[in-house]
Design a protein around this ligand. Structure first.
Ligand SMILES: Cc1cc2nc3c(=O)[nH]c(=O)nc-3n(C[C@H](O)[C@H](O)[C@H](O)COP(=O)(O)O)c2cc1C
Length: 381
């Protein structure tokens, strides 16, 4: 079976091609799109392509060991599944599939606040591989309740996203008419009927719901009410004082996602958070942003001794993961790759994406004679 999957999809690019054939255009655009002119998206690719690794073939060879420790827990690989909002639009139950695959492969799984499965379901499926990404609600009571729910299910790692102070402009989404909540239009019905696997799965599961947020909208009659709630209540800009507030309330590990400036990283360190994810949201928020591959090293120089520094944006292969590790990241996250995986092959696709990235990373580490992820920086050109 694994061989059959590999023949169909031998790399993430194959998963992407297959995903495009299996899901409606509006759903594919939702995954693939960057913001505005999609320069940040292509600059992420160019910046990663500019990172070269230099092998030392005559150094002692050791079989690479991919395991890594993050916040006191041992993981099997130095990469994880980034938070992906509204993933149920791509494939019903995509987040549950990711959660189960992450548990099986022992890698981190980060559930988005606007995911289509709940905190409780994610914890059931991912167990202690479950991390939670927070868009902090303005309402303190809701915030406190969400933190309590996380505590109740034993979640240790809270990832606060700071790089969405405003909704972005994604031209492909505007053109394809994708709205939150998804609206049923003639165009979307047409795009769906020519994608029968997706349509059948979606009809069976029903339109995606924002499961984690549902309890807070007392009088919600439909998904539109929830979308209004998200626009009004969740759009709280995260600044230094809101991070301090979270630090006071949350005793577990606090990780700040979306850092691209040394000064922000220093602020995160100063308030006593535990880690950062250097990221430009996969090129989905600020088209003129610097690629993380260009900012990571200076940020690590400034705070690497005090914070766990991780990175994401633009990961399409295990080689890209090796590149971020070589720049000094302690772990790397991928987003789109995992959505392509489930869109292409359902639950098996979630596992297959992990296997592909892991095999590719292992091959690169073997090739350069690198024994452990934390030694990858020795091979940076
Ligand atoms: C479809 C989609 C939905 C996303 N939703 C969220 C989200 O809800 N919260 C968040 O912090 N980041 C979100 N992101 C950003 C990812 O967590 C991650 O930063 C980005 O995808 C990394 O880039 P890559 O897709 O090139 O790997 C989303 C990304 C995609 C592609």
């Amino acid at each position: 079976m694994v061989q059959a999957l590999i023949r169909k999809s031998a790399c993430v690019a194959d998963l992407k091609k297959r995903a495009k054939r299996r899901i409606p255009k509006f759903a594919f655009d939702y995954i693939e799109g960057g913001c505005n002119s999609e320069l940040a998206l292509s600059n992420n690719r160019t910046a990663l392509d500019d990172i070269f690794l230099r092998p030392e073939y005559l150094q002692k060879y050791q079989t690479p060991e991919l395991g890594t420790t993050l916040f006191g827990k041992q993981y099997a690989s130095p990469f994880g599944i980034a938070p992906l909002g509204l993933s149920g639009l791509v494939w019903p139950d995509a987040s549950a599939m990711h959660a189960r695959a992450a548990l099986k492969a022992n890698i981190p799984f980060v559930l988005s606040t606007v995911s289509t499965i709940s905190i409780e379901d994610a914890a059931k499926n991912a167990e202690d591989n479950f991390w939670f990404q927070l868009y902090p609600p303005a309402d303190e009571e809701i915030l406190d309740d969400m933190l309590k729910r996380l505590l109740d299910v034993g979640c240790q790692n809270l990832v606060v996203t700071v790089d969405v102070p405003t909704p972005s402009r994604r031209i492909s989404a505007i053109k394809s008419g994708l709205a939150v909540p998804p609206k049923i239009t003639v165009k979307s019905v047409f795009e769906s009927t020519i994608r029968p696997f997706w349509s059948l799965a979606t009809v069976r599961a029903g339109l995606p719901q924002f499961a984690t947020l549902r309890p807070y909208i007392k009088d919600a009659k439909n998904i539109e009410d929830i979308a209004t709630f998200i626009r009004v209540t969740l759009r709280d800009v995260v600044d230094e004082s809101s991070l301090r507030n979270l630090r006071d309330k949350w005793q577990g590990n606090l990780i700040v996602k979306g850092i691209s400036h040394v000064d922000d990283a220093l602020t995160v360190k100063e308030i006593g958070a535990d880690g950062i994810i250097v990221s430009n949201h996969g090129g989905r928020q600020l088209d003129a942003s610097l690629p993380p591959a260009e900012t990571l090293e200076e940020i690590i120089d400034a705070v690497g001794a005090d914070l766990t520094v991780m990175a994401d944006s633009g990961v399409e292969t295990g080689v890209d993961i090796a590149r971020y590790l070589a720049l000094g990241a302690e772990a790397v996250f991928a987003g789109r790759a995992f959505l392509y995986g489930v869109a292409a092959h359902g639950e098996q696709g979630a596992e297959h994406t992990i296997d592909l990235l892991r095999d590719e990373l292992e091959q690169v580490m073997s090739q350069v004679h690198c024994a452990k992820p934390e030694l990858m920086h020795q091979y940076l050109e």
